[in-house]
Design a protein around this ligand. Structure first.
Ligand code: HAM
Length: 418
């Protein structure tokens, strides 16, 4: 028996109402903040992610689905949106649009990770980017949008963690201090961290190993190494966040797993989940557009995993809106009425009435059972006698008296009743 690839899931019809509810909430909030939708291809040139996300990140080192197409071009299933959207910003000359360009996306992403609850190989994000503005008002806007989404969805008590990791002016001296610090504890670090110490010492701060974490507790803090411009940016953002009234705290260990971040980084974490606790995160990436070949252009964004949102909603007792039911179920009595029943169902659908049936080759009893199981409000029953009289029987399925209605009035009768 074939199964879906490991770490990838079907979204079955019964799951679609909650899925679409979530997509609608995300699109609604994006619109309220003035973000417009962009869809990029599911694959990109591998270079976009190598240069954009960074060669020493887990995403690029271990998790990309990369392949050669028949023209020997290296393509990668997108592991995230940000680099792809910056590629589109450059390709379509968005630098000449009013800045910042506010964009949002919703769609599937692919990371070859070890699957577990809340972590999949194909997952979906709601992702927003504001490209072309360096002012911290935009940082506050994006952070607020994410918080409001969780609040409106009813995810209880998420914590907002924020940090500033500096820019190309101040980061090098911070990274050097970090390297010095961890080098003094080399013998106690896990094998992964020993390997990462030279290439990417920031990564050591988010190692999950308990010994590395204890060592990380006393590591130098990025906020103590910020240059004046970064320190002022962070101080202003802090004021805005305080004024927005949403509780937040500085997390000195928060560095995020992608290399493009500068200055502001943030994450939302729900209170009562274990390993896969981060529900969404983002930050500023003021060097990314230049890294991809454009003129230096600041940007900030955020992404949240839709599967993780649903896990949290279910824990909080969320019930999906009930699945859509047909209004009418057309039942044909006898072979000779089948063609007219098919045409009647088609007419009702053209009039915008969700209609199921008829299904031929079954007796009236079997068809009525199906009509009831479909949850339809009415059975529209067409037999030889009804047909001869130019009528059909309209039978309410949730209680009420059946009545005869002329065929040409059925759509009106159903519309009047819905
Ligand atoms: P990220 O932290 O890699 O950031 O992913 C954001 C969110 O996507 C995570 O918090 C989580 O909810 C979800 N997610 C990530 N990996 C998985 C997975 N394997 N299975 C299920 N859910 C997952 C980014 O992707 C950045 N591009 C965000 C960003 C936008 N930064 C600036 N702009």
């Amino acid at each position: 028996m074939y199964r879906a690839p490991r770490g990838m899931q079907d979204i079955l019809p019964d799951d679609q109402p909650e899925w679409h509810y979530l997509l609608d909430r995300c699109a609604d909030i994006a619109k309220r903040y003035g973000y417009r939708r962009i869809d990029t291809p599911i694959v990109e040139s591998t270079d976009v992610f190598l240069r954009g996300v960074g060669e020493t990140t887990d995403v690029v080192e271990k998790e990309m689905y990369t392949f050669l197409d028949k023209g020997e071009n290296s393509l990668t299933l997108r592991p995230e949106f940000t680099a792809a959207i910056c590629r589109a910003y450059l390709e379509h000359g968005m630098a000449s649009w009013p800045q910042p360009v506010r964009l949002y996306s919703i769609g599937p992403l692919f990371r070859y990770d070890r699957p577990q609850a809340g972590r999949y190989r194909q997952f979906h994000q709601f992702n927003v980017e504001a490209i072309g503005e360096a002012d911290p008002t935009v940082d506050a806007e994006v952070i607020d949008m994410a918080g409001l989404l969780y609040e409106e969805l009813g995810i209880p008590r998420t914590s907002l963690l924020v940090n500033s990791i500096g820019d190309e002016a101040c980061r090098p001296s911070y990274v050097a201090a970090l390297r010095d610090y961890f080098a003094r504890h080399l013998g106690d670090l896990c094998a992964d961290c020993r390997g990462r110490l030279e290439r990417n010492p920031l990564r050591l701060l988010d190692c999950k190993n308990s010994v590395c974490q204890r060592i990380g507790d006393d590591a130098p803090r990025s906020v103590d190494w910020l240059c004046d411009a970064c320190a002022s940016h962070f101080a202003t953002l802090s004021r805005y966040l305080d004024r927005l009234g949403r509780p937040w705290q500085v997390d000195h260990r928060l560095v995020r797993g992608l290399d493009y971040y500068t200055r502001t980084v943030f994450e939302y974490q729900p209170h009562d989940v274990g390993g896969q606790s981060t529900i969404g995160g983002g930050g500023r990436y003021d060097g990314l557009i230049a890294q991809l070949g454009g003129r230096p252009t600041p940007g900030i964004g955020f992404a949240t995993g839709l599967e993780r949102i649903l896990l949290n909603l279910k824990k909080a007792g969320f019930e999906a809106p009930p699945p859509a039911r047909p209004v009418a179920y057309v039942v044909a009595i006898g072979e000779e009425t089948a063609a007219d029943a098919v045409a009647l169902a088609a007419t009702l659908r053209r009039r915008g009435i969700p209609t199921a049936g008829p299904v031929g080759g079954r007796g009236v009893k079997g068809q009525m059972r199906q009509a009831n199981a479909s949850g339809a409000r009415y059975a529209v029953i067409l037999g030889p006698d009804e047909l001869a009289a130019g009528e059909a029987q309209l039978k309410p399925l949730q209680g009420g008296e059946p009545r005869m209605v002329p065929l040409w009035r059925i759509a009106d009768a159903l519309t009047a009743d819905t």
